[in-house]
Design a protein around this ligand. Structure first.
Ligand SMILES: Nc1ncnc2c1ncn2[C@@H]1O[C@H](COP(=O)(O)OP(=O)(O)OP(=O)(O)O)[C@@H](O)[C@H]1O
Ligand code: NI
Length: 296
């Protein structure tokens, strides 16, 4: 099932300020493809994911469209999101999975409950095995699970309803390299089985391993959208180039400056104050034709 995001924006209304968390995002994610959504902390990645699942708090206003097949996730009422979308059509592997498990219940109890809610015929053990857990791991409480096991339980929970779209929010944070590798390999497998997979990460190395496509976000906007192979060989947006140059395996040069406040964004390119190629043209908003930059 294809996800088509069109003109998606999210505003948080606070007393005296509006946070422009996501602005005019657009991308397509087809089945069997893996899209990595990358960008610095606070650029709107998790908010975008939560908008797709109707999980934002009451002060959020979401506009635009997110078509999953013929259903617009933005317009869908909570009843539909709860009954048909979350867990069934879209599985979320949350940021810091251990924090999302109930501390007083075993992994098996939580899997069993989710399976019951979804009404599927699978057993917790079968599901756990598919996620790389042994059945006796399921008798553990969350505090008895290692980071890697908690990650696998979270994966199993997200996949319990066999959703065609899986969103993984920072699936590798806090994991050591071997676990990063195996988590990424698992996500790739989900994709190769025909699901659409959206991986949110600021780990560009991990993204390079598994993604078919890359979307770079900056200050709430998608500023570059490209096939992963092309992107990692030749990033076009100065910000994307900066992200790659900051990697230890590359130049190890951080991008100077900080991202702008999302409560007072400029009319033009939000990267202007940090960009070495900026000219007066950048005061005009560059359109996204693969890359949102007047100089790329
Ligand atoms: N409920 C809220 N009310 C107001 N602002 C919010 C709310 N939730 C998120 N934000 C703001 O929206 C912006 C985007 O946050 P988001 O969590 O999407 O960042 P992110 O790209 O996922 O970063 P990270 O890599 O740190 O997870 C941040 O500036 C954040 O402070
Ligand atoms: Ni996040």
């Amino acid at each position: 099932m294809t996800l088509r995001v069109e003109g998606l924006s999210v505003r948080f209304h606070l007393p005296g300020a509006v946070v422009h968390a996501v602005t005019d995002a657009a991308f397509e994610l087809r089945e069997g493809r893996c899209l990595a959504l990358v960008g610095e902390s606070g650029c709107g990645k998790s908010v975008m994911a939560h908008a797709l699942l109707g999980l934002l708090p009451g002060n959020a206003v979401v506009t635009g469209h997110a078509w999953l097949g013929s259903l617009d996730l933005v317009a869908a009422p909570e009843r539909v999101l709860a009954g048909q979308v979350r867990g069934r059509r879209v599985g979320l592997i949350p940021q810091s999975p251990a924090a999302h498990l109930t501390p007083v219940r075993t992994a098996r109890a939580q899997l069993a409950e989710t399976l019951r809610e979804l009404g599927g015929g699978q057993s917790p053990d079968a599901l756990a095995r598919r996620a790389g857990l042994r059945p006796d791991d399921l008798d553990r409480y969350p505090h008895q699970l290692s980071g890697g096991m908690a990650q696998r339980v979270a994966n199993a929970l997200a996949l319990a309803g066999d959703p065609p779209l899986v969103i993984a929010d920072e699936p590798t944070t806090g994991l050591d390299r071997p676990l990063v590798e195996s988590t990424m390999a698992e996500l790739r497998r989900l994709c190769d089985e025909g699901r659409a997979v959206l991986i949110i990460t600021h780990d560009l190395r991990a993204a390079e391993q598994v993604a078919d496509d890359v979307a770079v976000m900056y200050a709430g906007r998608v500023v570059e959208l490209a096939e992963a192979r092309t992107f990692f060989a030749r990033p076009r947006h100065p910000y994307a180039q900066g992200l790659l140059d900051a990697l230890p395996s590359r130049a190890f040069t951080p991008i100077p400056g900080d991202p702008p406040e999302l409560t007072c964004l400029p009319d033009g390119c939000a990267f202007l104050p940090r960009c070495s190629r900026a000219t007066s043209r950048c005061e005009e908003l560059p359109p996204l034709n693969g890359v949102a930059c007047h100089h790329a």
